[in-house]
Write a protein that binds this ligand. Structure first.
Ligand SMILES: [Zn+2]
Ligand SMILES: [Zn+2]
Length: 254
């Protein structure tokens, strides 16, 4: 499994992009900073987009991806829960802001919306995909992704504490987890994680599963990144975990 971190932050600047991860060149996890990190041809190879929730920093490149696929006479399937699909269809891809690529071209639309349900595994291309509900300000799901060749990851999307409820359902080799703010913001950023909260979730995982997967964090607040990195490093040592902060352009092979 080849994983490319295209967007690893919660804000866009000249050096950071919003959430977007590309798996094996064909499957995108969230669509925040997707298109500006990929060539036209690379975008043309995307077959699947999994959306965790409909906050703008996770969906915003979907119309641009759709246009680029349309121009290349290609298409993609977008998977999300009904809440997310409804919000995207009514606010982002409503035919007002930009062409509605879910109906264009009429004979074979560029974008196909597919509803998925939490805790229900679906076969999508070469992967088995299970959405797992997480705690965020709006309905949100993480994705447990298992490749046919035996590799697996869990991507949380945006989440606050309470992942302990997800752990019985998954056993990934790689955990891609949000880590938005440093320690001193604990309690003031509901729906997101700080380092001690991450530690608690990892310890709970180990208690249940007997191991801690390799951990890559995303969705960091750029302003506090150094502080988050220091605190995450301390936690790595403390609990014996391998925690790395993602960067735009980082590649990882499982
Ligand atoms: Zn969010
Ligand atoms: Zn976000």
């Amino acid at each position: 499994m080849e994983i490319r971190f295209l967007g690893a932050h919660n804000c866009e600047t000249a050096s950071s992009r919003c959430a977007a991860i590309l798996v094996d060149g064909t499957l995108a996890l969230d669509c925040g900073g997707l298109t500006s990190g990929l060539t036209f041809e690379e975008q043309g190879r995307i077959k699947t987009v999994l959306l965790t929730h409909h906050h703008y920093d996770h969906i915003r490149d979907l119309p641009l991806l759709a246009m680029n696929l349309f121009l290349q006479e290609k298409s993609a399937d977008v998977y999300a829960t009904s809440d997310v699909l409804r919000a995207v269809a009514s606010h982002l891809m409503d035919g007002e802001l930009y062409p509605d690529f879910t109906g264009r071209p009429e004979s074979a639309p560029t974008i196909r919306f597919n509803e998925i349900k939490p805790d229900t595994e679906a076969k999508i291309g070469d992967y088995r995909v299970m959405p797992v509900a997480v705690n965020h300000a709006i309905p949100a799901t993480g994705y447990y992704l298992k490749a046919a060749y035996g590799r697996s990851l869990f991507y949380t999307g945006d989440t606050g504490p309470g992942l302990e409820a997800c752990w019985p359902k998954i056993a990934p080799q790689l955990l891609i987890i949000e880590l938005t703010a440093p320690e001193r913001f604990t309690g003031t950023v509901p729906g997101h994680l700080t380092p001690t909260q991450l530690k608690q979730e990892l310890v709970a995982f180990r208690r249940l599963k007997g191991y801690i997967p390799r951990v890559v964090t995303v969705h960091m607040n750029l302003l506090y990144e150094k502080e988050i990195a220091r605190e995450a490093s301390a936690i790595s040592h403390e609990i014996g975990a391998n925690i790395v902060l993602a960067k735009e352009g980082m590649r990882l092979r499982l």
